[in-house]
Design a protein around this ligand. Sequence first.
Ligand code: DAH
Length: 354
Amino acid sequence: MQEKINTLKPELLRAIEKADTLSALDEVRVSALGKNGQITGLMKTLGGLSPEERKTAGQVLNVFKNEIAAALDQKKEALETKALNEKLQSESVDVTLPVRPEEQGRIHPISQVIEETLTIFAQMGFELAEGPDIEDDWHNFEALNMPAAHPARQMQATFFFPGGSLLRTQTSGVQIRTMEAKKPPIKIVCPGRTYRRDYDATHTPMFHQIEGLVIDDKTNLANLKSVLLEFFKLFFETDDVAVRFRPSYFPFTEPSYEMDLGGAMARNIGKEWIELLGCGVVDPRVLQNCGIDSTQYQGFAFGIGLDRLAMMKYGIKDLRPMFEADMKWIKHYGFLPLDTPTVTSGLSLNGGRK
Ligand code: DAH
């Protein structure tokens, strides 16, 4: 027995030593201690020995068996530790790698212009008013003196929803909502998104307007002119501003005007005058539609295209890319947060300075 062990032992120990994976080691274990393994085979021969021989041979064999089992366990542990170290190594994070570049956003020129515009109107004592993008027929048309068959509706190619509500075609509906909710004196501006079925270099299906409305018992056209003139001086940051009113037509104002802007901004683009906005004296029927006594109160209203203002002030040629969420475009035309005017921070337009 001892002889057999003497030849088998170095063989097995070498095989254990050589096994460099867990599965190779397991093969060695099976070949030694498995059902048909070599040590198991020796165990089986014990039965054919005399009781005396069996006792000593059995002891020697047991010691040998334990020795091999211990060697297998030790090697197994070593291989497991090695595998774990390798895994840790391959999955480690290299904290010295440079960070991935992250795109930094910018303030959109429209947001910037809304901020600038509100700042100026707040300083003139206007309050901020708001209305929904999804409007009803009454606020967008009917109450503004545009009943169902009115030809002026045709100029505002409208997106309708099933059931009759619509995407507002103008911010003028906020005039109605404001006058329904509160009595004069009223002095509000309302910037917001508006929608029409239009698409070319100067028209997009969604665009922006700011609406202004002033109602009290003595407001007149001269006030309208001075408010707008002052606004454009502050907005374009120049005193070289002229305004001119041309007679026009809007169903909700009487008389109605279109206002043209002259001066530095017009000359910049080689023009004497630029058509910029609609305005007028609020039609008494609009006041009556809102339950306001038109013999006591009067006022003016105006609606300015904000996209146009942004394009003029910041030299943007085409309207369409403004709404295409293009990082290159916004990096070129957008503003860093610090560029926004600080005047409005902390200044609430609702009930702001009067
Ligand atoms: N809502 C008009 C439009 O979208 C613009 C406008 C004109 C607004 C005259 C007004 C106004 O408040 O008085 O074409």
